[in-house]
Design a binder for this molecule. Structure first.
Ligand SMILES: Nc1ncnc2c1ncn2[C@@H]1O[C@H](COP(=O)(O)OP(=O)(O)O)[C@@H](O)[C@H]1O
Ligand SMILES: [Mg+2]
Length: 358
């Protein structure tokens, strides 16, 4: 059993609350990402699960046992938590070959040689490095070195694997292919994985669920689709994907877009000042007259899409149109915008209300 239960965990570094009242249950066999900007407390949370950092408050359970509790003065050291961990700086030892790097955690546990050999070979096979056992890190590519670190974290056959931005030192192409490799290893070994990243595409592609954090506080926990389509607040809408925010006032029947000086029909339960969020790909542009008029002030052809900047009443709105259905508008041209799918937030950044406009 490798469910992880985190109850009211807080970590204080002097004045800084790096993690503030973190509560979540990561289920056995689940792949969960902790996603957020740099400095939001991701590494600190992961290190507390691993036991490299002591929580100031709260409890952490791995499986059925408590591994950290300030109340009951419990603190199980990292090597007794049954976890594998990969760090951002993958830290393979340059003076050891691949085999010895991967064997290291078993050697310090004084496991018999023949057993080490069996386990290391299995781990190397899993990370596709069985042909490279004799090589030294300097003879390997960045991706292969990261696989050595991954192999080393798997060699103890952990039920829980913790990964802290393991791909951020790799180039973009390799990063994408490693995502699938890590996912495959997780499925094959049926592990629980907690994956820390600031890269939203990575989190979206790999995770069963995503925990979005900002300033030490959980903002939303949900499946990737809901994080994107139903962000809980402006921070999440902004951090995940691209978005235009437009100020307005909703009276349940329509939204007066004060910033754009126009109105759109939109039923909602909000009778208040609002922030309307619309993703650039949910805007369409047309020549016919509509409610929202603007001028094209910028246009970027990106192969699969065309990325437009449109001036609407001095506010720049971004619209991304699929290249195959793009009407090839010119800079300076007057067009109208249709907002196909919008999200309303009360203008306190808290409550959300999702509907599809028709
Ligand atoms: N050992 C430490 N001592 C003091 N402050 C720390 C320490 N580790 C992290 N912090 C602070 O805690 C906050 C969260 O850091 P961290 O967990 O590393 O964020 P992330 O991994 O999301 O980038 C930051 O403000 C950071 O400066
Ligand atoms: Mg970090």
């Amino acid at each position: 059993m490798s469910q992880v239960k985190i109850v009211n965990v807080t970590k204080q570094f002097g004045e800084v609350k790096a993690v503030n009242c973190f509560n979540e249950i990561i289920r056995d066999g689940e792949f969960v990402s902790i996603l957020g900007p740099s400095g939001c407390g991701k590494t600190t949370m992961l290190r507390m699960i691993a036991g490299f950092e002591k929580a100031s408050e709260g409890e952490i359970y791995i499986g059925n046992s408590v591994v950290s509790s300030d109340k009951n003065k419990v603190f199980v050291p990292p090597e007794k938590r049954g976890i594998g961990m990969v760090f951002q700086s993958y830290a393979v030892w340059p003076h050891m070959n691949v085999f010895d790097n991967v064997a290291y955690p078993l050697k310090i546990k004084k496991i018999p040689k023949y057993e080490i050999k069996k386990k290391v070979n299995k781990a190397l096979e899993t990370v596709h490095l069985d042909q490279y056992a004799d090589r030294f890190p300097s003879q390997l590519s960045g991706g292969q070195q990261q696989r050595v670190a991954l192999g080393r974290s798997l060699v103890g056959e952990p039920e829980l694997l913790l990964l802290d931005e393991p791909l951020s030192n790799l180039d973009a192409k390799l990063r994408e292919s490693m995502r699938f490799e890590i996912k495959e290893i997780q499925k094959k070994l049926n592990m629980t994985v907690i994956y820390v990243t600031h890269d939203q595409a990575e989190a979206m592609a790999m995770s069963d669920r995503i925990i979005v954090m900002n300033k030490g506080i959980i903002q939303q926990v949900d499946v990737p689709n809901n994080i994107y389509e139903k962000p809980a607040n402006e921070f999440v809408a902004d951090f995940i994907g691209k978005v235009n925010f437009i100020k307005g006032i909703s009276n349940c029947e329509e939204v007066q877009l004060t910033e754009l000086e126009c109105n759109i029909k939109y039923h909602s339960v909000i009778n208040d000042n609002v922030i309307l969020a619309v993703r650039p790909e949910n805007i369409s542009l047309n020549k016919e007259k509509g409610d929202i008029k603007g001028n094209i002030i910028g246009k970027f052809y990106l192969g699969d899409t065309v990325d437009y900047r449109i001036n609407v009443n001095k506010k720049v709105i971004r619209a991304i149109i699929r290249a195959d259905i793009d009407s090839n508008f010119k800079e300076g041209e007057e067009i109208s915008l249709t907002l196909n799918k919008i999200i309303l937030f009360k203008d306190n950044g808290q409550c959300s209300d999702i509907k599809i406009t028709t």
